[in-house]
Design a protein around this ligand. Structure first.
Ligand code: 5AD
Ligand code: SF4
Length: 467
């Protein structure tokens, strides 16, 4: 299974720099851009790289999608509804293009990385001007130049997914919080999941490159870094460097950055070393996203998750005994093929037992090419909806209880901005990643400050600034 990691050489990147320059001085280039992002943080960060390249080519962000000269859709294919949303939006833009034929429509990201989807788009969506996959995102300037010069569509989705690219320009969404990718891809092949097929095998970035990026962000005044990977716990296993994720995390916290988070962790690889690092390092936020997916051993086995309910619960116990105040969150799938009522109830009982701060809940969505899509016993959609509703109700009740119990506690809030409704109302996130609203003034934005919790809404806390 081990594939050669293709580290894109500096010369290849230098070529793209040259293409960027050529686009910049091209009279027919788009002047404004708009990026529509679907899916996970990884995609959000890829969009920041796309924006970085577009700005390097002289383009400015358009206020609205309908006004932009180029609109890129950075797509997701994790579930059917993510794909449908993206396709719906692309089709909607076709009407705008009728009025403004110069509008360039681009599609990139995970959806297009699927061979069949790329073929379908090519045939049924002739108004798409530009398309490229996840592995060759760094070559967008070259494709764009080709499309502009030849006034033709450029569709380049090759299987070049096992790449690591350093040094792309990044236009970051926020100057308070920033993403750093530590590894790309996934080797786990959970039976329901398309990610390993569209994001390729695990490739870790070099620790020195990651630390250098963190140092740059710390020096620029960024307050929080989120380290990203599909499965950060296997960081470094694919590379010649023998550095664990816990050690990498430690190094990142030594850069002067005030707060560090990471996601996602796979329960089978969550090490004692990492728990120990989290427990003793105050820079690491007391939050862990630990997707469990199901509470039933038989379903976990069918999902190819490679842990049992008991193992998962023992990891939770280890986390909580090292850090009594840690906030846990998770991902849950209901109606996996063959899931019985009893097996679903095991998921419910696990949720009651763990008491997550919050959970992302999903109805299983068959993905072509994955093992689970071929499994017998696909569940009736009505049964699936009924199960997810019960699960959501249980989680909402638990979230409400946990938040109400926080009254009187002091939490450290990274203030991200003012409330949409009131300018004197500030909003930010606690270490446990819970939204907190409180009164203050705009000069607190970008600071981490202590806030005493005075009450709770359904998924937010209210508080008062501590003086
Ligand atoms: N159907 C439903 N949910 C899925 N996820 C991944 N693949 C599927 C699928 N085919 C969920 C998992 C994962 C999260 C990112 O998306 O819960 O942890
Ligand atoms: Fe998908 Fe499983 Fe990899 Fe997560 S660990 S990206 S669910 S295959």
């Amino acid at each position: 299974m081990r594939e050669e990691i293709k580290r894109i050489p500096e010369e290849a990147l230098a070529k793209q720099q040259e293409y960027m320059r050529l686009v910049r001085f091209h009279p027919d280039r788009p002047k404004t851009y708009y990026i529509v992002t679907y899916g996970c943080q990884m995609n959000a960060h890829d969009s920041e790289k796309l924006a970085g390249m577009l700005e390097e080519m002289g383009m400015e962000p358009a206020g609205e999608r309908t006004q932009a000269d180029i609109v890129l859709h950075n797509t997701c294919c994790i579930r059917d509804n993510a794909e449908r949303k993206a396709l719906g939006n692309v089709t909607w833009l076709k009407e705008i293009k009728k009025e403004r034929p110069e509008l360039m429509i681009g599609v990139c990201g995970c959806m297009i990385q699927q061979e069949e989807m790329a073929k379908k788009l090519l045939k049924q969506y002739p108004f798409i001007d530009l398309a490229f996959g996840t592995g060759n995102l760094y070559r967008m300037p070259e494709y764009l130049l080709e499309a502009i010069e030849n006034k033709s569509r450029v569709i380049r989705v090759d299987q070049e997914s096992s790449t690591v690219v350093e040094g792309l320009p990044v236009h970051r969404e926020s100057d308070i919080k920033a993403y750093i990718t530590v590894m790309y891809g996934c080797n786990n092949f959970c039976s329901y999941c398309i990610v390993p097929y569209v994001r390729g095998r695990e490739r870790s970035r070099r620790a020195d490159d990651i630390v250098r990026e963190a140092e740059g962000l710390a020096a620029a005044g960024v307050k929080e870094i989120m380290l990203l990977g599909q499965n950060v716990n296997s960081y470094g296993l694919d590379s010649e460097e023998s550095i664990s994720f816990a050690k990498l995390l430690h190094r990142v916290t030594q850069t002067g950055i005030p707060r560090v988070r990471f996601m996602t962790s796979h329960p089978k690889d969550l090490s004692d070393e990492l728990i120990d690092e989290m427990a003793h390092n105050p820079v690491i936020a007391p939050h862990l996203h630990l997707p469990v997916q199901s509470g039933s051993d038989r379903i976990l086995h069918e999902m190819n998750r490679r842990y049992t309910r008991e193992h998962y619960l023992s990891r939770v116990k280890a986390l909580r005994s090292a850090m009594p105040n840690i906030g846990l969150t998770t991902d849950l799938i209901v109606a996996f093929p063959g899931e019985t009522e009893e097996e679903f109830e095991e998921t419910l009982s696990l949720v009651e037992e763990v008491r997550y701060d919050s959970a992302y809940t999903f109805i299983y969505s068959p993905r072509k090419g994955t093992r689970a899509a071929e499994m017998p016993g696909q569940i009736d959609p009505q049964v699936a909806s009924e199960r997810i509703e019960r699960l959501i109700a249980a989680q909402e009740r638990i979230t409400g209880e946990i938040l109400s119990d926080m009254a009187g506690q002091t939490v450290q809030v990274l203030v991200e901005g003012t409330s949409r409704r009131r300018a004197t109302q500030l909003t930010g996130k606690s270490g446990r990643n819970i939204n907190v609203n409180f009164n203050g003034d705009a000069s607190d934005v970008g600071k981490i400050i202590p806030v005493r919790v005075t009450g709770a809404g359904s998924n937010t806390l209210r508080g008062e600034k501590e003086i």
